[in-house]
Design a protein around this ligand. Sequence first.
Ligand SMILES: Nc1ncnc2c1ncn2[C@@H]1O[C@H](COP(=O)(O)OP(=O)(O)OP(=O)(O)O)[C@@H](O)[C@H]1O
Length: 219
Amino acid sequence: MSLLQTTDIRRNYGNLPVLKGINIRIEPGEVVSIVGASGAGKTTLLQILGTLDRPDSGELRIDGQNVFTLNDRQLAKFRNERIGFVFQFNNLLPEFTALENVCLPGFIAGTAESQVRERAHELLNILNLRDRTDHLPSQLSGGEQQRVAVARALINQPAIVFADEPSGNLDSRNAEELHQLFFRLRDEFGQTLVIVTHNEHLADLADRKLVIRDGMVIA
Ligand SMILES: Nc1ncnc2c1ncn2[C@@H]1O[C@H](COP(=O)(O)OP(=O)(O)OP(=O)(O)O)[C@@H](O)[C@H]1O
């Protein structure tokens, strides 16, 4: 069974059809890029795949769960436990340290504090942030902040991670480092990732590239 499967997902904004019947499958351990012109519907699709938005019609299964049959509370719990997110602007909480930011989704999930902290340290080590655990976001470089956001996305061992323009705000060296990190997570941990990007190099490095045009997957 695929890790993620959509059936005829449609989404309109008012009378503007933005997604016109999306059918995709994503297999465990794949890095899939989503590309397409501005306004093609990439972010709208990613928001729906990440269960942050509901489609007007169609079905989404993640890890065997038909997610839009869940009510909002059940869906929020599913999202917290099974899905990780990395956004262009990392949304780290400015008054919390790197370690605390990484721990937060683990605490929300109700996992034992000692277990969450242990895993957060482990992730920060893996992401080469061992010396940055007690820094506030403002005391970190853009690349470091984004790696903290990746650690936060991984704290609950999600089935899948969605990233929307994750390197859009980074210089080319930091962007390249972040891209290498995504592939390391795939290779070392079998992590599944779906990445919306305008970065052609990253899009081409992915195991598979989905091209969205005018609300449809054309390749
Ligand atoms: N909340 C909203 N209300 C109304 N229209 C919206 C809303 N969000 C997106 N749209 C419209 O839906 C279409 C698709 O937007 P979306 O953000 O998904 O495109 P995109 O492919 O991610 O573009 P970009 O590469 O510029 O980020 C656009 O025409 C956009 O104006």
